[in-house]
Ligand binder design. Structure first.
Ligand SMILES: [Zn+2]
Ligand SMILES: [Zn+2]
Length: 131
C-alpha cells in the first residue's frame, strides 16, 4: 500500500502539477499523500503556499536531472520514466534540434507551461496566482 510521504498513513496519488494545469503522468509529478495531507487544511489543494512549494521543488528536481542543454527523446524517456508516445506528443510544439529537445522546453512543458521561481514563494502573499 502507498504511504503518505509526510506522516506514513495510507495515501493517494497527488499530481504536483494538476492534470487540469497540464500536468503529466510520470513519477516526478507524483506525491503520495494521506487524505489530510492531500485534501485537508494542510494539503496542497487547500494550502496554496504549500502547493507552490511542491511545484518549485519539482521544478528544481527536473533542473537537476536535466542538467545538459539538450536531450534526445529516448534519453528523456529513460530519465523521466515517462511514456514515449505521450512525451513525443507533448513536445510536438517545441523545436527538435539535431542534438535533441532543449531541457528548458521539456521542463517548461512538464511544469504545465509555467516557470516557477523561489521568488514566487518568498513574495507569495503579494503574488496572485491564476491557478
Ligand atoms: Zn499524511
Ligand atoms: Zn491532489
Amino acid at each position: 500500500m502507498l504511504k503518505c510521504q509526510i506522516c506514513g498513513k495510507p495515501a493517494d496519488k497527488h499530481h504536483i502539477v494538476y492534470r487540469s494545469q497540464g500536468g503529466v503522468d510520470f513519477p516526478l509529478n507524483f506525491k503520495y499523500l494521506c487524505s489530510e495531507h492531500h485534501r485537508g487544511k494542510s494539503g496542497p489543494h487547500k494550502n496554496r503556499k504549500l502547493d507552490l512549494l511542491y511545484k518549485v521543488e519539482m521544478q528544481q528536481k527536473l533542473e537537476k536531472l536535466l542538467y545538459k542543454e539538450f536531450y534526445t527523446l529516448d534519453e528523456l524517456v529513460n530519465l523521466l520514466q515517462i511514456n514515449k508516445g505521450m512525451l513525443k506528443k507533448l513536445l510536438k510544439e517545441y523545436k527538435l534540434y539535431k542534438e535533441g529537445y532543449r531541457s528548458f522546453d521539456v521542463i517548461y512543458r512538464l511544469m504545465g507551461k509555467k516557470k516557477y521561481t523561489e521568488y514566487m514563494l518568498q513574495e507569495y502573499y503579494d503574488f496572485i496566482g491564476n491557478f
